[in-house]
Design a protein around this ligand. Structure first.
Ligand SMILES: [Zn+2]
Length: 353
């Protein structure tokens, strides 16, 4: 039941998890770009680990399976930001409100909070120091772990040093590089990578019967299947090719950063703009190191990216990548997103002077 819901490119990792050797750790980091199926993977792990049949697949029939379905299982604890809880409706969103701030406090803020705060971590600790109520273990989800602010991360670190028994921590992260190294090192890491193109395309074609542009969608989504699907559904309305074009125009001084920022931010949110830019910079770095194993970059784009790479050094590229991550962390916060984007684009253009 549960396993059928997994994306095909994550099945192998799922089976590996349930092989006896890897189950000895009590903390796991599910790491990889957004759109590779980490959340669904985590949901299936939770269902299977908590199922009272104790098989390698959830039965869907026992009390545990039913309580998960109804959003009230006592052994699942979810920490995620208020923002995520409001924006994404999935299994975890049903469990998250328990550790969010009181509604009255939340309503006083202008924007929903995008961080996991220390009070959330403190809130969960007394609950996980007792035996599981129903299942063989308790599971605590951090979704996504890069949303932990520094105090919350430190508090979690203490729990990971002396984990309660019968307790598993699952940290989901789109950007594991932003986690504290000490936090990362305490977790068993499960990496999610862009699947093989043929496998991704086969899956995408099944999702989009009758559409002839699946290969093109996959290209535009830099090989990330769920992103390609979102593009097809029009959920992702951002025009990634326009963002790509703007970055080139800036490099060639054909557009000024303030105008470019205004145009982009009008159509989509800062985070949605920064993600394809991060992918673009990562691709430039990859091509510059001559590691051309990324078959998903279109030939025309590849040439352009190689040319850009020749005009910049590695230090500039890595510094810019770090700046992008920092901006992403602040996005949606009290600072002005437009201003943050302008600053980013200005420093990008300056690198080409
Ligand atoms: Zn069950």
């Amino acid at each position: 039941m549960a396993k059928q819901d997994l994306y095909p490119w994550t099945e192998e990792a799922f089976d590996a998890f349930f092989s006896s050797k890897s189950r000895q750790a009590h903390a796991y980091l599910l790491a990889g770009q957004s759109g590779l199926g980490k959340t669904v993977f985590a949901e299936q792990l939770v269902k299977t680990m908590l199922c009272q049949t104790q098989e390698d697949d959830a039965c869907g029939l026992c009390q545990s399976c039913k309580l998960l379905e109804s959003g009230s299982h006592p052994d699942l604890h979810v920490l995620q930001s208020e923002k995520r809880t409001l924006e994404v409706s999935d299994l975890f969103a049903n469990f998250a409100p328990r550790y969010l701030e009181d509604e009255s406090k939340r309503k006083r803020r202008k924007k929903p909070s995008a961080v996991i705060a220390i009070d959330q971590v403190r809130g969960v600790i007394p609950d996980i120091n007792t035996r599981p109520h129903l299942s063989a273990c308790r599971i605590i989800i951090f979704n996504t772990a890069e949303d932990l602010n520094i105090n919350a991360a430190n508090s979690l670190l203490k729990s990971l040093e002396e984990p309660p028994s019968e307790c598993y921590f699952l940290l989901i992260s789109h950007e594991p590089g932003r986690l504290m190294p000490t936090l990362r090192s305490r977790c068993n890491r499960i990496d999610f990578r862009t699947p093989d193109k043929a496998q991704a395309l086969k899956w995408l074609n099944n999702q989009l019967p009758g559409r002839l542009d699946a290969a093109d969608l996959l290209d535009r989504a830099t090989g990330i299947p769920l992103r390609a699907l979102a593009l097809a559904d029009g959920v992702l309305n951002l025009d990634e090719s326009r963002i790509f074009q703007v970055m080139l125009q800036l490099a060639n001084r054909q557009i000024d950063p303030v105008t470019a920022a205004a145009e982009l931010i009008k159509k989509t949110e800062l985070v949605e703009i920064l993600t394809p830019v991060q992918v673009m910079i990562s691709n430039i770095i990859r091509l510059k190191t001559a590691a051309r194993n990324n078959s998903v970059i279109k030939k025309d784009d590849e040439k352009v990216l190689i040319d850009i790479g020749k005009r910049l050094n590695f230090k500039q590229l890595y510094t810019f990548l770090d700046d992008l991550s920092a901006s992403k962390q602040l996005a949606g916060g009290p600072l002005d997103d437009t201003l943050a984007l302008e600053n980013g684009l200005i420093s990008w253009q300056r690198m080409f002077s």
